[in-house]
Design a protein around this ligand. Sequence first.
Ligand SMILES: [Zn+2]
Length: 242
Amino acid sequence: MRLRVVTAVLATMMLASASVQAAPKKLLVVTVTKGFRHKSIPVAETVLEELAAQSKAFRLDFARTDEELAAKMTPMALDAYDGVVFASTTGELPLPDRDAFLSWLARGKAFVGIHAATDTYHEWRPFIEMIGGEFKTHGPQVTVSMLVEDKSHPATKGLPASSDVHDEIYEFKSFEKERVKVLLYMDKHPQTKEPGFYPLAWTRMQGKGRVFYTALGHRDDVLQAPWFREHLLGGIVWALSR
Ligand SMILES: [Zn+2]
């Protein structure tokens, strides 16, 4: 009997200490779409789940439907999360309280945008200003040279200075280089190869909140590539560390 009590007490203590020590951050992954729906969204979800399990740095919850969005993104519900990931969301999502979402972020939370996250909320300028750029167009899938602008950032430090990637490559509008910190870019237009500056991934601060966006990740094989997983994990961990 006494042994059983001791075992129970020990188990309770171990549970308590585990929850204090580990306390992984909580990320809400949003995959609701009101425009184009990428076939690669389930692959993105799986990759995020694998990164969460592998890093133990965060755990995930999902908002896949309007109902889940309405329930999990109220001002009160958002407080339970350390960050959100918009994984190829598109269009005007029915957020319960848009302004509260941006103030929540600015108080020191994390926003991670993957690929079509910039094809979301074209009608809501504060969102475009927050994410730092707006999807304009893309041509056929193409191989481009991806250049690292910031070699010290967790999202890019594992990447060579220049590498090739084959994906659907976004071009942006409403993008100002001065408003963001560029991580990845191209020095040629993805289709015409005309010299210029074309961003592929960046970060910015939204008040005390951290924003990470990567334009890559249209294709399944890009999402699953070891370098992309490291890029994404680095971006998430950076965004979550206040
Ligand atoms: Zn795409």
